[in-house]
Write a protein that binds this ligand. Structure first.
Ligand SMILES: Cc1ncc(COP(=O)(O)O)c(C=O)c1O
Length: 396
């Protein structure tokens, strides 16, 4: 990537150009899909452009990794085969048995499962805290052994907000890193590294890919990781990415690269549509609560306003009549497709307690049974409101 793209240009210019010069051999304007595992060497060790074997590096993946670093304002980007693969790689690169992590009380269920069911077996301990409550986070820190504060903001599925700058300060005082899962906001709406975070992770399956046609992950390590013992964080993630091997394949890297080019446009439209849907839900008698950080009544609204460009396309709401009706509403919409995942151009509806968050049932992270989660797409919003309305009017 030319340094120019990382510093001089606006977000969409970087999304379209960073890491993506026209192909040197053919002039192809779009980075080709280098569907290749190995590379001809000009004599042993004579690598062309540093490429030797595609687990270690592949030109399509390099383009995506450089683009991500430019979009998040970081030192180095890494592309993975899924969001969880990226998270696992970061955690195993930076932690050792006996280390401790503070984890949000409403983290994505799969992230929590990674801590609760996988990393505990390797001697990594965790405590759960509401990340919006700085005193609770401070109390959860174990001086000397807490090495990471893990934050999602906004959270999945309750749209909780955490103050990234304040948590970065807390983490650094304790000699720990702040890692932010930026999946819900996307790099267009929120830039955690500029607020003091050390590492950002994404499920690129969501807004970055944007079309529900790829599973992927990204990690960006900040320019200055000044916490003693972690100055080499980017090198450690690079070493573990290659050693553990959960890399993004060339086709998947290309799909995410293409998605990023329209990220700004899509996020504006997702946010416009979500604001209208929130307004509709607030006025509907079947709805008992609406969770959206753009609402002035949301407890994290002021922080969200400070750290996000807009409030995004994710909404959750609760229905007055309880769980059975929430489940039925999810099955009665036509345009809103019943399905897991989020962040695509099409609108999705789901019941977190029985679907995305079933793995946290019975834990401190259990979600309300009357909760419905919406991923608001970029269709015509009047059609979306009419469809949701007919389901709520009939069942609510
Ligand atoms: C906030 C968040 N982080 C991480 C993940 C995991 O990403 P993936 O499914 O790509 O492994 C998800 C998936 O839903 C998510 O919503």
């Amino acid at each position: 990537m030319s340094e120019q793209h990382s510093t001089d240009h606006g977000f969409s210019t970087r999304a379209i150009h960073a890491g993506q010069e026209p192909d040197a051999g053919t002039g192809a304007v779009i980075t080709p899909i280098f569907q290749v595992s190995t590379y001809k060497q000009d004599g042993i060790g004579g690598f062309r452009g540093g490429y030797e074997y595609s687990r270690s590096a592949n030109p399509t993946r390099t383009a995506l990794e450089e683009c991500f670093a430019a979009l998040e304002g970081g030192a180095r980007g890494f592309a993975f085969s899924s969001g969880l693969a990226g998270q696992d790689t970061v955690l195993r690169a930076l932690l050792a048995p006996g280390d401790h992590v503070v984890v949000p009380n409403d983290a994505y269920g799969g992230t929590y499962r990674l801590f609760n069911k996988v990393l505990t077996a390797w001697g990594v301990e965790h405590s759960i805290a509401p990340m919006g409550d700085l005193e609770a986070v401070r109390a959860a820190i174990r001086p000397g052994s807490t090495k990471i504060l893990w934050v999602e903001t906004p959270t999945n599925p309750l749209l909780g907000i955490a103050d990234i700058a304040a948590l970065a300060e807390l983490a650094h005082e304790a000699g720990a890193l702040l890692v932010v899962d930026n999946t819900f906001a996307s790099p267009y709406l929120q830039q955690p590294l500029s607020l003091g975070a050390d590492i950002v992770t994404h499920s690129t399956t969501k807004y970055c890919g944007g079309h529900s046609d790829v599973v992927g992950g990204a990690v960006v390590v900040g320019r200055e990781v000044s916490v003693p013992g972690f100055a080499d964080a980017a090198d450690r993630v690079a070493f573990h990415q290659n050693s553990m091997g959960a890399v993004a394949g060339p086709m998947d890297a290309w799909l995410v690269l293409r998605g990023l080019k329209t990220l700004a446009l899509r996020m504006e439209k997702h946010s416009d549509n979500a604001e209208r849907v929130v307004e509709f839900l607030q006025g509907h008698p079947a709805v008992s609560a609406v969770h959206y950080p753009g609402l002035e009544s949301h407890p994290g609204h002021e922080v969200a306003k400070r750290q996000m460009k807009r409030f995004g396309g994710m909404i959750s709401f609760q229905v007055r009549a309880g769980e059975d009706v929430a489940v039925k509403v999810c099955g009665e919409t036509q345009l809103w497709t019943l399905g897991e995942s989020l962040g695509g151009v099409e609108s999705l509806i789901e019941h977190p307690a029985r679907m995305t968050h079933a793995s946290v049932a019975g834990t401190e992270l259990e979600v309300p049974a009357d909760l419905i989660r919406l991923s608001v797409g970029i269709e015509d919003v009047d059609d979306l409101i009419a469809d949701l309305g007919q389901a709520l009017d009939r069942l609510g």
